[in-house]
Design a protein around this ligand. Structure first.
Ligand code: ZN
Ligand code: ZN
Length: 296
């Protein structure tokens, strides 16, 4: 973090304020404080000191150059959610224990102890409303591309089998994998919604976004199937745990009950309805657009 916050000019002359703002943005970018540069641009936009909508990107290139504009756009792509850490918050249902007082699995966090941040849909990134309107289409395109690449990489790896020596370690691995996949689903869901609220995108932008989102939907369908697979593996890991030297914090019958619960979520037709991993809007979009198509 910078030692001194750069501020915009307190001059009442818009031209001076703009020049000062541009200098501050450039200085922030050059010293590696891209998020701060993003905040400075937001203030210029809020103060209506820079062109709006599609003209903003062109203005930025003329004001700070192509490379610095790319850095600034990148800062908006990765701008963190203002309410959570990487899309997660302590689970309020089980108070981060992962299970309810009845010892059954917490349906909100599915045993992880952390729940999805509803504000950013678990993506961990600031919502698109926080991005200046003129940069939204570019940010949506870059975020969906990034999430697609990360999802494809996660889906490329097969799910490890439950370890008989360390079933609890395997359960932790599954939870981490579910979290990573859910984060990408959050990006897909947000970007799908954001695309619908874009104002005045050109036909070219609209068509580029449609094709990227179509790929996202195909990947999201595969994530739904993979999630069900992980639930079945999770069930198996709990059975292994029940057979092995038991952990101190659960009895054999509790572990077998949890195994059954995960098994019910592993049904290929399960939608995760009622759990904290459900993405109802995204699920409807997937089934609506890809009902009869093949997965890649
Ligand atoms: Zn919970
Ligand atoms: Zn958040």
């Amino acid at each position: 973090m910078p030692t001194r916050q750069r501020t915009l000019s307190d001059s009442s002359d818009p031209q001076k304020q703009r020049e000062q703002g541009v200098r501050a943005i450039r200085a922030a970018l050059q010293s590696g404080h891209a998020a701060e540069a993003a905040r400075l641009l937001m203030r210029l936009v809020e103060g209506r000191l820079v062109p709006h909508h599609r003209k903003l990107a062109t203005w930025l290139v003329s004001a700070i150059g192509r490379n610095e504009t790319a850095k600034l756009v990148d800062a908006f792509v990765h701008l963190p959610c203002f309410y959570c850490a990487k899309g997660r918050l302590p689970c309020h249902v089980c108070e981060s224990r992962g299970h309810l007082p009845t010892e059954s699995v917490c349906p909100r966090c599915l045993g992880a102890g952390v729940e999805r941040c509803d504000f950013c849909a678990g993506s961990g990134w600031a919502t698109i409303n926080a991005i200046p309107e003129g940069l939204r289409a570019t940010v949506i395109r870059k975020r969906t591309r990034l999430a697609s690449e990360r999802t494809a990489a996660l889906l490329d790896r097969s799910i490890p089998k439950p370890s008989t020596r360390d079933p609890e370690g395997t359960i932790r691995q599954y939870r981490l994998l579910l979290l990573k996949l859910d984060r990408q689903m959050g990006v897909f869901e947000n970007m799908l919604l954001a695309t619908r609220t874009l104002r005045t995108p050109s036909r070219e932008i609209r068509s580029a976004l449609a094709s990227i989102l179509n790929r996202c939907m195909r990947l999201a369908l595969r994530v739904e199937k993979r999630t069900a697979e992980i639930m079945r593996a999770m069930s198996e890991a709990h059975r292994v745990l029940a057979r092995s030297g038991l952990p101190k914090n659960a009895t054999k019958s509790e572990l077998l009950r949890r195994a059954e619960y995960y098994d019910s979520l592993g049904d290929p037709d399960a939608t995760l309805a009622g759990t904290g991993l459900e993405h109802p809007f995204l699920h409807r979009a997937i089934t609506g657009t890809l009902k009869n198509s093949q997965t890649p």
